[in-house]
Design a protein around this ligand. Sequence first.
Ligand code: NAD
Ligand code: IPM
Ligand code: MN
Length: 356
Amino acid sequence: MNTHKIAVIAGDGIGPEVISEGMKVLRAVAEIDGGFGFDFTEYPWGCRYYLENGCMMPADGMARLAEHDAIFLGAVGYPGVPDHISLWDLLLTIRKGFDQYINLRPVKLLRGAPCPLADVKREDIDMLFVRENSEGEYAGSGSWLFRGQPNEVVIQDGVFSRRGCERVIRYAYELARAQKKTLTSISKGNALNYSMVFWDQIFAEVGRDYPDVETHSYLVDAAAMFMVKDPGRFEIVVTSNLFGDILTDLGAAIAGGMGLAAGANLNPERKFPSMFEPIHGSAPDIAGQGKANPLATVWSASQMLEFFGHQAWAGRLIEIIEEMLVDGSVLTPDLGGSAATAEVGGEVVRRLRAGA
Ligand code: NAD
Ligand code: IPM
Ligand code: MN
């Protein structure tokens, strides 16, 4: 039997609460299918681990993760450990170390999901963000001079390599071609006169290989406005690390909330494991209360199933999420319900079995 080896990093705050539901769902899928299985190995890395051991993961952490087919991650970061340490020493180390240069984030308003926008047709909110995930504004390059002195200077570089831009933009063109969708590039060449001028140039260069793909380009400020005023303009979207980070939280807000927003960090060459995670953080404000919505994690589990070639199951999970949103009786408080995290996961499994 085909067994997928998954490294599980539940992480901090609501991370463990949502990840245990995600594992429950994946186990049920495999059991019902019968043709493949999951072998989960849980790693207790995160902020508590840091407070006990002085590091977010052990020195051989990456080597251990590398032995798996994929990583399933909850959330990282918690009060008590500075965010730039907890995130750089775990989440960002993994994304960069395993060259997960594609961050795929669907922004799709399912039936039954709440939307704060007026006068917008549900089917107009159906986008797929391809966020550059390995360099750009989050390259981690810079310096901090004259620390604490009156002449203190901080420099944070954006790093846009030709290879880095070309590969993410080409990936997005391929997706647009395969799905027969338009492709929109979001940048900011008017103010970022090196990095984003370069980005726009590469978008045009790569585009010469895809004359069949209809393209659009927006400045990021206008794009943010249009996502709210006229979201139907966007189908496949390609953008930089920082812009993709911000715009996908905006995307979450218009497509049902953080509790429904999923993401996949892909190494398309499959040289290293890819990582699947909800895009939300550890939500310290609701952690430990059973209020966390696990559906974003279930959606990420669907992305994992798709990545492994189990398209039908991937699709079934999204259908079940939509059925549950329409039905409305087993949802967490962020979606207006009163169910606990584990009840929502349980309901996904019940529906999987009922439909089997
Ligand atoms: P957050 O996403 O954790 O929370 C923002 C708001 O959304 C909160 O009100 C929270 O209750 C709500 N929310 C988030 N996920 C939810 C869910 N599944 N169900 C219901 N409500 C949900 O963002 P934040 O508060 O800015 O960050 C908290 C911590 O998480 C910080 O340490 C931050 O650095 C970290 N963080 C980690 C990741 C990650 O691991 N991928 C992503 C973002 C933030
Ligand atoms: C996300 C998060 C991370 C990012 C942070 C926590 C480093 O906000 O996954 O969207 O910016 O990539
Ligand atoms: Mn983010």
